[in-house]
Design a protein around this ligand. Sequence first.
Ligand SMILES: *Cc1c(COP(=O)(O)O)cnc(C)c1O
Length: 387
Amino acid sequence: MNIHQIDLNRLKEFETPFYYYDLDLLNETLDRAKAAADKRGFHVHYALKANFNDKVLGLIQSKGFGADCVSGNEVQKSIDSGFPAQQITFAGVGKSDKEINLALDHKIFAFNVESIQELLVINELAAKKQVKAQVSLRINPNVDAHTHHYITTGLDENKFGVPNSELEKAASVLRECGNLELLGLHFHVGSQITDINVFKSLCVKVNEWKNWFEERGTTIKVLNVGGGLGVDYHEPDTHPYADFEAYFEVFDKFLERNAQQEVHFELGRALVAQSGTLVSKVLYTKSGVKKNFLILDAGMTELMRPALYQAFHKIEKLGAEPNAEELNYDVVGPICESSDCFGKEVPLPVSERGDLIAIRTAGAYGEVMASKYNLRDEIRFVFSEDL
Ligand SMILES: *Cc1c(COP(=O)(O)O)cnc(C)c1O
């Protein structure tokens, strides 16, 4: 159920702030994504770091998605949530020995490896266990994702991936490592990408690198093109679903692959973002010399994206009368940091203490980034089916 369809008095029974998850919307989003991928024979791994709420994860697992993990604990969580080990990938520039050992013990599908040093470490740890680790090489394709610089990951200046200048060496290291098996290549250029041309550019680079390896006699079984598909933060109710058809179609059309080659994706945000809303209560209103402030009981400790990378989230007053008089508010949290602000000069119906405010499109990189800073309460959540 959409947040606006819920009876306000019913919503007020829950202690704020809390995340509200619309499981109907999540269900429909997952079905659309899965259908668009299945139609083309594509494999989709859900990037756990976007949201690992148990109920959300359970629904995603039940639809047959794989899991894309960036820590040992995420690998363990995927296993515990029922994802088959053969559908789990493990990425990240700084995998510890403990994390690698855990993933080896679970016999996961693939390590997405980000340096030659890491290849050698995985080979050594796999040798000790007398197992073979399947790896994909993460290549930095130097494609500009045209997104915020903190969430761009595929440029030469980023810390991710094996530098292009070292790929020749990586290929020869792989031939010498008896406990590694090269599955394929991995790319991920950034997040919240709304310009479909970025993915076209990515396909061109993937084709180039695939050919480069094949010319050197290396078999590439898996092309993993990462995630990054964006959502509409400005109009969540007009565009509740990302355009999965258009997204997968670009790869279907522009990736060159033979019948044996699998194409893998790692979507996070686009699968979960629109299903989550942060619901908060107005604690105080304040009129400064030049500003009107709405002081909420939620802050950067519940939703860090605005403070962390100046992210935009649509802010709405719940239960507002149509045509209500509006004021421009700076909507802020209670945390002792000036960056603890959800939006500046936001036009909202005149509000008062006790009103409920919805911060939309908070299902991805919201609850998972909650912190205990200022010794805040543990984050709460409510599901559509609880209402
Ligand atoms: C974060 C991440 C993803 C998911 O990105 P979204 O923008 O949420 O789709 C996929 N792959 C890797 C390697 C990542 O780090």
